[in-house]
Design a protein around this ligand. Structure first.
Ligand code: MG
Length: 390
């Protein structure tokens, strides 16, 4: 089962270098290929199965928070705002206080790096006990706007060098896997790069992984222009196949939350596989999980079950792209607009994947699924006879 994954996204910068190109938005929300740049990073995290993203924001943070709210593509979104500039290190340290994993990814909200998260995690799993960070590095040619790093044969990062004209060299690509307690002894306000990484580099606690995928720093006007074409293929409108969970994908035993009690329904798995194989579709689950409101299990329990279900479904050729859930129940948490038959989860999925209702389909086993689909203008198909719990 993939690990619980958390990321901090640094999105509090002023964007001074880009201000004359996009004057009215904070840099991470600068439009790229018709959508806010930060969406590409959030899409990348969601596709990698991240459970939670903590956005360290500040300047014009309402633009970010109004857009992403509390969840995106099934990933919980939290905010760690700074009232006064804490610089990168202070912002990360503060956001780490909201994290719970031993190791947390840190991404810059103004750079794009196409890379494999698991490659950084692999280093940590056999790193020495005193490793504090894994830094993604990228080989660049003919540049002068970046400082460079030295990496020894073991993958230990051994030195940072100032910016200078360079024919070829490795640069810090702005993606890190950081030990959660690495910054405990640092002050509240500092630069992660110059006050931390450059100070501890001599002790061998920094590891490096060379990433070969695309890299763009939208803080630089010429890269911002390049991003419009480079990222355009990722700004796609999808069709959605949406599935209820209990009684549709799995046998409904009532408040399922224990992986060992999962029993998949083969006929629905076959339908899901068909959509997985269709390159125009994303497969999402939209499920009422009132057991969370009732205190029968926690959101963490549910997310663990969903990671297990992902593995079981992958073995059968099904890929789930996002899990939408409603943790509410009117008797316990008051009314909400996400609990089916309300269409909130369907509307959120369509928003997150730029899907039109006419391009979506919903499968479910209950009247509330049908009503939610109708309210969202989405075609509905009953999955019959599988609700063993009734
Ligand atoms: Mg159901």
């Amino acid at each position: 089962m993939r690990p619980y994954r958390e990321a901090i996204v640094l999105a509090g910068g002023f964007g001074t270098r880009l201000a004359h190109v996009v004057p009215d938005v904070c840099k991470p929300m600068a439009p790229v290929a018709g959508r806010p740049f930060l969406r590409f990073i959030m899409d990348q995290l969601a596709a990698a199965g991240f459970d939670r993203a903590v956005v360290a924001d500040g300047y014009r943070r309402e633009q970010i928070e109004d857009f992403f709210g509390s969840a995106y593509r099934g990933m919980a979104i939290e905010y760690s705002p700074e009232d006064t500039p804490l610089f990168t290190g202070g912002a990360v340290k503060r956001a780490l206080g909201r994290c719970q994993s031993d190791w947390v990814f840190v991404l810059n909200g103004d750079t794009w790096l196409d890379f494999d998260f698991a490659a950084l995690e692999a280093v940590v799993s056999d790193a020495p006990e005193d490793a504090s960070a894994v830094i993604a590095v990228k080989r660049m040619h003919d540049f002068e706007r970046y400082g460079t790093v030295d990496v020894d044969a073991d993958g230990t990062l051994t030195a940072f060098h100032e910016k200078r004209p360079c024919e070829e060299g490795l640069i810090n690509a702005g993606v890190y896997l950081l030990r959660r307690h690495a910054l405990d002894n640092m002050p509240d306000k500092f630069s992660l790069e110059s006050d931390y990484f450059e100070c501890v580099v001599g002790n061998g606690s920094l590891c490096a992984v060379e990433c070969t995928g695309g890299f763009i720093d939208i803080g630089v006007p010429e890269d911002y222009k390049l991003a419009q074409t480079m990222l355009a293929p990722l700004a796609k409108s999808w069709k959605l196949a949406m599935f209820d969970r209990d009684g549709t994908i799995n046998v409904d035993i009532g408040h399922l939350h224990e992986p060992e009690k999962l029993e998949l329904i083969p006929s629905t798995v076959d339908i899901m596989r068909g959509y997985t194989d269709d390159p125009d579709y994303k497969v999402v689950v939209v499920t009422n999980q009132a057991g969370i409101a009732k205190g029968l299990y926690t959101e963490a329990d549910m997310r663990r079950l969903h990671r297990y279900m992902e593995d079981e479904l992958e073995k059968l050729g099904v890929h789930v792209d996002a899990w939408y859930f409603c943790p509410h129940h009117p008797d316990y948490t008051g009314p909400c607009d996400c609990r089916k038959p309300a269409p909130g989860m369907l509307l959120a999925a369509m928003r997150d994947f730029d899907a039109m209702p006419i391009d979506c389909v919903m499968y479910g086993d209950a009247a509330k699924d049908k009503e939610a689909a109708a309210a969202g203008n989405v075609v509905f198909h009953y999955v019959k006879g599988n609700n063993y719990g009734e």
